[in-house]
Design a protein around this ligand. Structure first.
Ligand code: CP
Length: 319
C-alpha cells in the first residue's frame, strides 16, 4: 500500500477486518517491520484519538515517530501557488513538503476542510500536495472529505458486535453549535456500504451528503423512520454539502439529538460516535453512558486500524 486516503486503498474489506483482528490479538508480533523507519505525523488541526492511536500503532510496529503541529512552533505555511509572500506566511507548502519527506519514511497528514471553498476541499488541496510532492507513502489522519482510519475502526467495531450477517446501520445527523466538515459521515457511509451493511443515512432537508459517498445507502429525512429496527446508530453532525449553503449550519433542531426515546425505536441498537462528542447536544448522557454505547471500544480500535494501515505500507516496501 503506497497511500491510504480512501476505502479503495484497503482492498477487500473482509480481508482487512480479518487482518485487523489478527493484529489486535498480536499487536507486538510485527515489531521488526518498522525497525529504523520513521513516521512523521503532521497536524494542521487538533486531535486526541488520532494522535495517540496512530503513534501507539507505529510504536507497536517498532517505528520511530515525529509529530509536527503545524500551527504550534512551525513557520506559517502558504498553500496557494503564485502568491506574493509578503504577508505573515513565511514558508510555502511546496518547499515544506519535500523537506518533511526527507526526514521520514511514511507521512500521516491531518488537514480538515476549510468549509469556505467546496472545490478546494473536495479536491483535497493539502493532502493531494503531500501525495504529489513528499516522495513518501502518505496516509490520511482525516482530510477534507474523508476520515478513513476512523471508518476502518468503525467497521472493525461493528464486525465485533454484530449479531446479524447484514445489520441495519443508521448514520444520523445530530445538531451542533459549530459548522463541522463532512469527512467522518462521508467515510462512514462509504465504508459501511462497502462492508455490505443495510445503510440508512438520516438527515434534515438540505443536509444530504455528496452522493459519491452515500451511493448504495438509503437517504431519508425522517430520523424516527430511519431508526426503526436499527442495529447500530452512528450519530454525527455535519454542515451542509449542497450549494449555496456549503459549509453552513442550516439547522440546530434539538429534536435530532439522540436520546433514550430515540434509541427505543431501534432493535436494541448499539450507539456509536467517533468522538469528541458534545453531550446533550449530539447525544444524551444516559445513551452515551449506557450499556449499548460503543464509543470507547470504537476509539480503542483506532490503534488497530492505524496499525493495519502502517503494517501494509511497511510491507509494501519504501521508495
Ligand atoms: N475521532 C477522531 O479522529 O478523534 P480526534 O479528532 O481526537 O483525533
Amino acid at each position: 500500500m503506497k497511500k491510504f486516503t480512501d476505502v479503495s486503498d484497503i482492498g477487500l474489506l473482509d480481508l482487512a477486518v480479518k487482518e485487523a483482528l489478527e493484529v489486535k490479538n498480536n499487536r507486538f508480533g510485527y515489531k521488526g517491520l518498522g525497525r529504523d523507519k520513521t513516521l512523521l505525523m503532521i497536524f494542521f488541526n487538533n486531535s486526541l484519538r488520532t494522535r495517540l492511536s496512530t503513534q501507539k500503532a507505529a510504536m507497536n510496529l517498532g517505528m520511530n515517530v515525529i509529530v509536527l503541529d503545524v500551527n504550534q512552533g512551525a513557520w506559517k505555511l502558504e498553500t496557494e501557488r503564485g502568491v506574493i509572500m509578503d504577508g505573515d506566511k513565511s514558508e510555502h507548502l511546496l518547499e515544506a513538503i519535500p523537506v518533511m519527506g526527507s526526514f521520514c519514511d511514511v507521512i500521516g497528514v491531518r488537514s480538515f476542510a476549510s468549509l469556505e471553498s467546496k472545490e478546494d476541499d473536495y479536491n483535497e488541496k493539502v493532502l493531494s500536495q503531500f501525495i504529489k510532492y513528499s516522495g513518501k507513502p502518505v496516509f490520511s489522519m482525516e482530510a477534507a472529505t474523508g476520515h478513513p482510519l476512523q471508518a476502518f475502526a468503525d467497521i472493525i467495531t461493528i464486525e465485533e458486535h454484530k449479531t446479524k450477517a447484514r445489520p441495519k446501520v443508521v448514520l444520523t445527523w445530530a445538531p451542533h453549535p459549530r459548522a463541522l466538515p463532512q469527512a467522518v459521515p462521508n467515510s462512514f457511509a462509504q465504508w459501511t456500504v462497502a462492508a455490505g451493511y443495510d445503510v440508512v443515512v438520516a438527515n434534515p432537508e438540505g443536509y444530504d451528503l455528496d452522493p459519491r459517498f452515500t451511493a448504495g445507502a438509503t437517504v431519508v429525512h425522517n430520523q424516527d423512520e430511519a431508526l426503526s429496527d436499527a442495529d447500530f446508530v452512528y450519530a454525527k453532525n455535519w454542515s451542509a454539502y449542497d450549494d449555496p449553503g456549503y459549509g453552513k449550519i442550516l439547522s440546530r433542531d434539538p429534536s435530532w439529538t439522540v436520546t433514550a426515546d430515540k434509541m427505543a425505536l431501534t432493535d436494541d441498537a448499539f450507539f456509536m460516535h467517533c468522538l469528541p462528542v458534545r453531550r446533550n447536544v449530539i447525544v444524551t448522557d444516559d445513551v452515551i453512558e449506557g450499556p449499548r454505547s460503543l464509543v470507547i471500544p470504537e476509539a480503542a480500535n483506532r490503534e488497530i486500524s492505524a496499525q493495519v494501515v502502517l503494517k501494509r505500507i511497511l510491507e509494501s516496501g519504501m521508495p
